[in-house]
Design a binder for this molecule. Structure first.
Ligand code: BGC
Length: 391
């Protein structure tokens, strides 16, 4: 029997910059317009969810999902340093209350990859004031979060700390080697996480606070084990260490990383003839179970799977991949690991950080009319949610 625990959350994930559109006060918007940047396609209107979010929530509810993950955009709340928008705060508050009215438990992310452009021009997370500024923004939005149980303070800080490295190296270099997160940005993000947690604890005693880390399951070739462990330490474990004292930790897992050691350096070891997804990642559904087991053992914290999914043009592939990923997750839970929920990435075919080509959505979005067309996988996942088991 593949029964999941009672009250297990079954949701879909989104993020503001990837679906709202016209996020013009953000650093990513500026990056997208900059000549010669590694970004090939600008986000533009995205899915126009800034206006169509009710429709998005209704799609999730009607399919049978019980939860919805979205993010609040710092650049909209504080487009100019110290100038906060109460209208934008009310806007996000309405998304929270509508989700609850629709029977969807909201899981709200307070920072998903983007910074206000004004912070980026001052060094972003490497600025010594970044953590205080982030905590100030979090405190400002606390009133919108009063009825939110799960709050993800920062999404994938380990990827955010890579952006400055990627911008300098360029996409081509990035494909060849394994870049390390920038140390100053890493330190700033960890400080920001702790400062926000401290600011929110007294304001939101009901909330369960955590953050979500991009998790990889490493498959090193013989001789590369130590280098792989060291790389995982700087690119993941320091962020898990910083989760000590949190209420939960978010696991986001998609694929495995095969690595080899060449002259003392850790390099990607592409395995020939494996099935790959639209992002070029290896099709590897056990990634979720392997990451959940490792993170549970490493952190000892309750886990929420805040992202898992597949970029594919073939929706049957999405169902097959997710079925296998969920079987593994169920096995981990059966072995005693405390997992509170599963949020599929993503509800919509959205902006994949530089391109619209990789389609992760349970729902297709027409790029010109923004008409939403649910794929069969949406009803399938909603059915799993309603049954609370895999059939
Ligand atoms: C991010 C999402 C992204 C997804 C698929 C995660 O890295 O949090 O924003 O779209 O993976 O690439």
């Amino acid at each position: 029997m593949t029964h999941f625990p009672d009250n297990f959350l079954w949701g879909a994930s989104t993020s503001a910059h990837q679906i709202e559109g016209n996020n013009i006060a953000s650093d990513w918007w500026h990056l997208e317009q900059a000549p010669g940047s590694f970004v090939s396609e600008p986000s533009g209107d995205a899915c126009d969810s800034y206006h169509r979010w009710r429709e998005d929530l209704a799609l999730a509810r009607d399919a049978g999902l019980t939860a919805y993950r979205f993010s609040i955009e710092w650049a909209r709340i504080e487009p100019t340093p110290g100038r906060f928008s109460s209208a934008e705060l009310a806007y996000y508050q309405e998304i929270v209350s509508t989700a609850i009215a629709y029977g969807l438990t909201p899981l709200v992310t307070l920072h998903h990859s983007t910074n206000p452009a004004w912070l980026a021009t001052k060094g972003g997370w490497a600025n010594p004031d970044a953590s205080t500024l982030f905590a100030r923004y979090c405190a400002y939005i606390a009133p919108a979060l009063e009825n939110v149980r799960y709050i993800c303070l920062i999404n994938e800080p380990n990827m955010v700390a890579l952006f400055p490295v990627m911008s300098q190296a360029g996409a081509a270099d990035f494909a060849q080697k394994l870049p390390a997160p920038d140390p100053a940005h890493t330190a700033g993000l960890i400080a920001g996480h702790h400062a926000a947690r401290e600011a929110l604890r007294p304001l939101l005693p009901y909330a369960q606070l955590g953050w979500s880390i991009a998790s990889q399951t490493y498959h090193p070739e013989a001789g590369a084990e130590e280098l792989a462990a060291e790389y995982q330490r700087i690119s993941e474990d320091v962020f898990y260490d910083a989760a000590a004292g949190d209420d939960w930790v978010g696991v986001q897992a998609y694929t495995c990383r095969r690595v080899k050691a060449v002259a003392g350096e850790l390099l990607p070891a592409p395995k020939q003839n494996v099935k790959r997804t639209l992002t070029g990642w290896e099709y590897y559904p056990p990634a979720l179970e392997e990451c959940v087991r490792r993170v549970a053992e490493y952190t000892g914290l309750p886990i929420v799977v805040t992202e898992n999914g597949i970029a594919t043009p073939d929706d049957a592939d999405r169902v097959a991949y997710t079925t296998d990923a969920l079987k593994g997750l169920h096995q981990a839970i059966a072995d005693g690991i405390d997992v509170r929920g599963y949020f599929h990435w993503s509800l919509l075919d959205n902006y994949e950080w530089g391109t619209y080509a990789p389609t992760f959505g349970l729902v297709a979005v027409d790029r010109r009319t923004f008409v939403r067309t649910p794929k069969p996988s949406l009803a399938w996942l909603g059915g799993v949610a309603q049954a609370n088991q895999l059939n």
